[in-house]
Ligand binder design. Sequence first.
Ligand code: HEM
Length: 503
Amino acid sequence: MAISIRYSLVLKEIDSLRTYPVVGTLPDFLKNRHRFLEWVTEVLIKHPANTIAVRGPGDVGGIVTANPMNVEHILKTNFENYPKGSAASPWTAYPMSRQGLPTLTWRTVISRIEESPQMIPAQRKTASFEFSKRSLRNFVMETVQQEIQNRLIPFLQTATKTNKTIDLQDIFERFTFDNVCMVAFNYDPKFLFFDDSCNLSSSPFALAFANAANITAERFRYALPFLWKLKKHFNIGSEAILKQSISTVRDFAMKIIRSRRSSTNKENTDLLSRFIISTNNSDELLRDIIISFILAGRETTSSTLAWFFWLLSTTPQVEGKIIRELESVRTQFQKGPSELFDYQELQEMQYLHAAVSEALRLYPPVAVDSRACKEDDVMPDGSIVKKGQFVAYNAYAMGRLEAIWGRDCGSFVPERWLDEKGMFRAESPYRFPAFHAGPRMCLGKEMGYIQMKSIVACVMERFEIDVLGKDQCPKHFLSLTMRIKGGLPVRVREKKMKGPYRI
Ligand code: HEM
């Protein structure tokens, strides 16, 4: 108890976070809304326990932490005490699912915009079992390779010929949307589709999905939440678009589910078939599960890839090491120059695995994640949380803590993930919670690495990527995930592929 008193005293001394009578820390939050993530990170880094108490009007409030001991306590040791909670997560109340809307208060300013409605334990069990199967992994691998071969490479080749500036983040978003739809319900929205001048197509399903997700995320940026509620009540502006988009997505998903149920082809390759075969879920529940998977997988890998290619553009030595590793794997497996890497070959790429993980450390797509507190509790660092308050962990700040990563924590150094033999060394998920940790850990981690490593290997072997304005660190945009604001503009040149031929 004494420790927490000491921390709250220290807290008052940090001039960037003051506690005022009645309104608590709200004024500082509002003042720094435009640079919320940087500001919270600065405050957390300065604080001796890397935890801050946030107080609002009345008894609302909670803590934001970057302390691994607290993260372990919240996500594992005392997991039952920290459910998602309505105010803790926009997605738990995501209107595309059926759980109703949360009461949005100023607290949501610090809420992380999550990518997935919470699955109930039975659904999670089924999903987790399916994700552990080799057959699903093979299906993921196959769909990734097809999208690379039929869409990504031809698109980048066309971009080379037209010499157009392209937004690489947008391309990755289109790729992952197509891919996650294929894995979820074997439907190809053809979002990464283009003509000879490199103009990209639009997909009504993808557009409706993006609108629904982005407008929901926007709600959490309203300083006066009654404004969006008013729009919703009168069905005008963004709320009218949201309503329309949600019904497009739902109708579409429902059509696929019904046609699958009546189909005689009972092949269980995608997730939908697997859920139909192994559970008794209603169509509405299946629809929500499938939508939640698409939400979880559509922007997480693409935003990581966009940050990765920017980081790479600033570190030619890292680029060189990845290229050498790709050459060596190609030689080891005697692959022809145009053949794509398979799962086993991706597993050999230890340095690439480290480089992607390093990008995730610095730019975790889920930058801040939060939970609600069920009963009064004391964190391992002594901070007190009351029933009904929120607890949030800040993965972005944790990636910038010297105490975890050492003095070079601000630099992109994949080597920190390798042991003396050059093998990837995983970090504790409580120190590196990019994929969350404990019983609700991300189910798509392996799928994410398959996508990211396959794409990076393909692009780096075949193309030179010239990032425009690479000397400026891009600004981030917090929507459902932490994306690059304005995208990643690049010019592409085709490389001549060298390397061993299969004999
Ligand atoms: C770089 C890639 C990814 C990152 C960093 C990431 C991160 C996360 C995080 C932080 C959570 C926890 C959310 C929460 O409960 O608050 C999560 C959950 C989840 N992720 Fe991922 N994710 C990634 C890719 C994927 C992919 C490709 C899929 C596949 C569709 C996926 C499926 C899921 C699912 C189903 C959950 C919910 C688990 C549950 O509620 O029990 N993720 N992910």
